[in-house]
Design a protein around this ligand. Sequence first.
Ligand code: GCW
Length: 856
Amino acid sequence: MVRAQQGSPALAPDGSRAWLRYAPPLREGIPAAYEAMPAAVVNLDGSPEAASAQNELVRGARAMLDRTLRTAEGNGFLLSRNTRPLKPCRLKPCELPDEDAWVLGTTAEVRRAFPAWSAPELQPEGFALAAGRAHGHTYWLIAGEDARGILYGTFHLLEGMAQGQSFAALEGSESPAAPIRWVNQWDNLNGTIERGYGGPSMFFEDGHVRSDLTRAGEYARLLASIGINGCTINNVNANPHLLDPEMIREAARIADVFRPWGVRLSLAVDIASPQSIGGMDTYDPGDPRVAAWWRAKADAIYAAIPDFAGFVVKADSEGQPGPSRYGRSPADAANMLAAALKPHGGIVMYRAFVYNHHLDWHDMKADRARAAYDIFHPLDGQFADNVVVQIKNGPIDFQVREPVSPLFAGLRKTNDAVELEITQEYLGQQRQLVYLPTQWSTYLNFDPHAENRSTPLKEIVEGKVFHRPLGGFVAVASAGMDTNWMGSDLALANLYGFGRLAWNPNTAPETIAAEWTRLTFGNDPTVVNTVSRMLLASWHIYENYTGPLGLQTLTNITGPHYGPAPQSQENNGWGQWIRATHEGVGMDRTVATGTGFIGQYPPQVAKMYESPASCPENLLLFMHHVPYTYRLHNGKTVIQTIYDDHYTGAMEAAGLVEEWKTLNGLIDPEPHAATLRMLEYQAGEAVEWRDAVTRWFAKMSGIPDALGRVGHYPNRIPAAAMQLDGYTPVEVTPWETATDGKAYVCGQTMCTAKTSFARAAGWYTVRVRYFDYLHGASTFRLLLNQQPIAVWTADNTLPGEAPNGDTSSRYTLVGVPLRPGDVLTIEGHPNDGEPAPIDFMAIEPEGATHTATTKP
Ligand code: GCW
């Protein structure tokens, strides 16, 4: 595509450039609008951010337009008509070169250079792009309200350029919706990343900050390009040693590589640090000695990192120490930290993700969803003004769908920020396509009707609704060292989309999808339309085959949060219960008969949720316990809907593969192939999800699928029905993730499973369901009679070491000519403790595979 094949380094299809690929917007030549662009760049501002902006402009123009812009540093052309050097422009009216020029600067600097320019009103970090004539020359202005604004304006321009938009079309101004636009990284000092699926940490290695921070700098550039201005570099399950003097010095090196991109560094801290690393006998936030310890710590941090942004705190949550130990409240703890940071302008992001994970599941009134509101609402008004309560979008934990947390409407005298999750912890872990801006927009546009007026979530966190000075958007990114940052090329749409929504939460997910696709894969309309359609459909597809009707993700919640394991929701202290019985399913959260959670919402919304009839059906089972035979508005029962949605979802996931295939030749071959592999895997995993969840519900409810699909798989030959040599059965947990609850493993160097074909001659698709553990790389061969027709290795990095829904995998071979009497053999060769585990072979007449396309 375009000039990619010519091997231009700017176009190398390795994913590391993400959406900053800077591919030429047109196949041939440069867009007419840029023919007449100035060749010179004047940078009026002396900040590191402005220097980055200028470099970026030069880099982008080179890559996209085949033009090298001239800068002051390049050849010293920046002389005024009087041949005096222009710098320092910030101090006196600036003189301009006697030629057309790009001019970068703050609005104040640009106004001094162009007194006639009427600068628009901008918020901090906003920018304006404008073209003007003066002194007989044309100037293209990139003016920022401050240094970051210059950078953001430049990226805005370059992203528009990449999409073929003229400078004229990009003229105008923008300001960010809110001051806080941060990513949290859950990186550990040993180099792992909690819930990270894009490789090891780019910050830490072996207990220290990495010596080579090139990637961290590149990450900051990516973040800056979407307007992110803060990054918390370590896990909220914080290692207190990051506050050791030596580690603060090391962290300062990360701040140094962030700084040119306007990204401020913050740290997650362990509230018990005064005790765990400070040698004190307490960490009581009410103890003045403890407060003094934090003050000294903050002073030390600011000495090393003058633009340090602040602390993120997870306390009294999932085993983390917290103020409750001393009978103190989150406000006590937050305010103590805030006081230490205040003299330096730092802030505390105190997470509302505080709950008891030892809840009593026998207690029908117990409800984890209530926790954040129950704990934080009474504290409204008690938090210092440099504290922001960071609230997960939903009351549980980044499930495929949740209601918006009622706490947002409940905190009116407190700064708050919404915490979203970019890393797809519960959403396929970057091995499955789930485009999240659709989900996030649904949440951000949700209107809790606080005070009986329209108060959409996005306006609450922008600080508009309750007139809060601080607020905004945080997302857990957990990007890593993988070339493509997230482990999957398509997952980058979520990082990009978060930045776009944090900048302007009114941006439509459709717009974001199209822009990201253009920037990533180019401007071919077929590519843009197809990829956008796939992205936009993907959340709902995933919801369909995992947990529709507000059931949440139904994954293994005590394990890796990946494969299907509906039973794991129940009978434990974690409180992600779905309360499935033989008669019905769903958590009764009503005020009338349930946990009362619904009563935490303002009246209008509480009323809507309280009655199953008015509750949105996609949250029905989150809010209500209903019989399986309960009928939805379309007349279909709940149980049949669960079955149907899972079948629809799996079919749609297969459709994604077909859609992606149509792009063959339209995007670079390597990323095309990598994503195709991912989508094919996803299609298999969707079937695994479908079968596990529907079989579990069929057993639980005793109600069969009206369409006879669940539990009946006519094309499958389970290993138990094959002629086995060496393969022996093992119990699978949970049972529903393998046929009859059993997988077959090989305890010797090689085992076989054979079946003799007894159906009509024809072309068939043969699939083998096997299990691929994290460790070990078993090899499989498929033989038709004596002829080997396929060989593959189970070397994926799935999160498990046992046969179940986490490790389920599928090998597919289309176009196999079969005649009655043919023998198909699976040959398994174990490796490194992975016993070449199998479940079944499926032999499907060709044409019976799903080719349905998905609809947005
Ligand atoms: O979703 C859960 C994750 C934990 C995480 C926690 C949190 C960092 O499973 O891994 O811990 O949320 O948000 O604190």
